[in-house]
Design a protein around this ligand. Structure first.
Ligand SMILES: [Zn+2]
Length: 226
């Protein structure tokens, strides 16, 4: 089964058809994520283990911003169970990588949350080619959280695009790459990651995240589409 078909099957019986890219459901219109509607988004689909709300949302914030690294074991269990349960969705992928954190002396963060999670996944998913270090950042980039769409776009297209690189393109050439991140918001980060991987020769890039925005069966406050 191809990744697009896989995401289309994420809806349960009786639910509305989900977005074929990110799996969100919305009545009477296209996906609220702008990149999902654009052919130049760079990534094919995004697989999400859960919804970005409640206890999961709090746990992700504690892991990333309050240094509660022990939660990595919980997240690794959730992700590995998801990947094993839905193995058919993932059989076409060759490599699993992670959205990188800058590790130089001016780094904002003293550790690499997604890199450590990827290392835990390597232990739990022995059949996978899990590749820490497949992607890296040359320099620190501004934080995306809490910023407007326009600011996130500008950071992604400028600072993030200049910073991201693939240290060893031979590991990427021709590969279908699954990229781990914590939260899929609208795909600005994943789009840049996909761009650098494709320029290095990757044939497909998809996302695997702990959480994405909540299901939206009706447009919020009657807002028109787009
Ligand atoms: Zn979508």
């Amino acid at each position: 089964m191809g990744p697009m078909a896989a995401v289309a099957q994420m809806a349960g019986p009786g639910e509305l058809a989900p977005c074929p890219v990110c799996g969100q459901t919305r009545a009477g219109g296209s996906c609220p994520n702008r990149w999902c509607r654009r052919a130049d988004r760079g990534f094919s689909v995004v697989f999400s283990v859960g919804t970005h709300r409640g206890a999961l949302r709090q746990a992700i914030a504690r892991y990333k911003y309050q240094g509660e690294g022990h939660l990595g074991a919980v997240f690794a269990g959730m992700i590995s169970n998801f990947v094993q349960r839905e193995a058919g969705w993932f059989e076409e992928f060759d490599v699993m990588a992670a959205v990188p954190t800058f590790r130089g002396s001016s780094a904002r963060r003293g550790w690499d949350p997604m890199g450590e999670l990827l290392a835990r996944l390597a232990e739990r998913l022995p059949g996978w080619a899990v590749e820490p270090g497949l992607l890296a950042k040359r320099v620190e980039t501004p934080a995306m959280a809490g910023r407007s769409w326009a600011d996130r776009q500008a950071i992604a297209r400028h600072e993030l695009r200049r910073s991201l690189f693939v240290p060893d393109p031979a590991r990427v050439r021709g590969a279908q790459v699954l990229v781990l991140d914590d939260v899929f918001t609208e795909g600005s980060t994943l789009r840049e990651v996909a761009g650098v991987l494709r320029r290095a020769g990757a044939s497909d890039v998809a996302g695997l995240v702990l959480a994405r925005p909540g299901w939206a069966p009706t447009p919020p406050e009657g807002r028109p589409d787009g």
